[in-house]
Design a protein. Structure first.
Length: 214
């Protein structure tokens, strides 16, 4: 398994990007897992709840933690991809204080299709110290900015000093992004008939004290 990693400072806001390659088999298995969840939770699609910013498509239920599935593929994703990236981010951002953190990721799967998108939002979850997204499947016919994630400058006054209004990142399969939970962002509408599939998550500083049951 190979990957490249970079740590950027935006406005200044720490954003880690880690790009994985050689994981096509894992991606296929995770995609199959998420499609099965879409069928299982057709009546509990979080998009229909009116409580999230996703417009159209599918998102796992609000009371479902994607990472608590008893599934070997999901466990491999956590072990080989998720936790190493989280630990790297926390170490670089919080330094020695990161050693006191016992990160607890809460995740959800999201599928966007033609004309689906996400409105501007951030992640104000209690005890949340980082948010992230992993790009599992990107439409081959996507043309930027379709499906791009765009971050909004958290310090508007900095525009007077040469900083831009936003920072856009074009997703590729195998890219993982970690960023502060207060960093507002949105996803541009897709015009593809192919699925755009991500695993998004928040990183809590400790266990919430309960487990989702499914």
């Amino acid at each position: 398994m190979k990957f490249t990693e970079s740590l950027e400072v935006h406005y200044p806001t720490y954003v880690l990007q880690r790009d994985f390659s050689g994981l096509s088999d894992l991606h296929k298995s995770l995609y199959k897992n998420i499609l099965a969840l879409e069928q299982q939770f057709a009546d509990k699609n979080a998009v229909k709840s009116g409580q999230i910013t996703t417009e159209g498509g599918f998102q796992t239920p609000l009371d479902f933690n994607y990472f608590q599935q008893n599934d070997s593929v999901v466990n491999r994703f956590k072990t080989e991809i998720l936790f190493p990236a989280i630990n790297s981010y926390l170490s670089q951002v919080f330094g020695e204080e990161s050693k006191k953190i016992n990160p607890w990721p809460v995740g959800w799967a999201n599928i966007l299709r033609n004309k689906n998108w996400q409105r501007p939002h951030f992640h104000p979850t209690v005890k949340n110290i980082a948010s992230g997204v992993y790009y599992l499947k990107i439409p081959k016919d996507a043309k930027s900015p379709e499906g791009d994630i765009e971050f909004i400058n958290p310090v508007p006054i900095s525009i007077n000093h040469g900083y831009s209004n936003t920072r856009r990142i074009t997703p590729v399969e195998g890219k993982l992004i970690l960023f502060p939970p207060y960093y507002m962002h949105y996803v541009h509408p897709s015009s593809s008939n192919e699925d755009r599939v991500v695993i998004a998550f928040d990183v809590l500083s400790e266990s919430p004290g309960f487990q989702f049951v499914y």
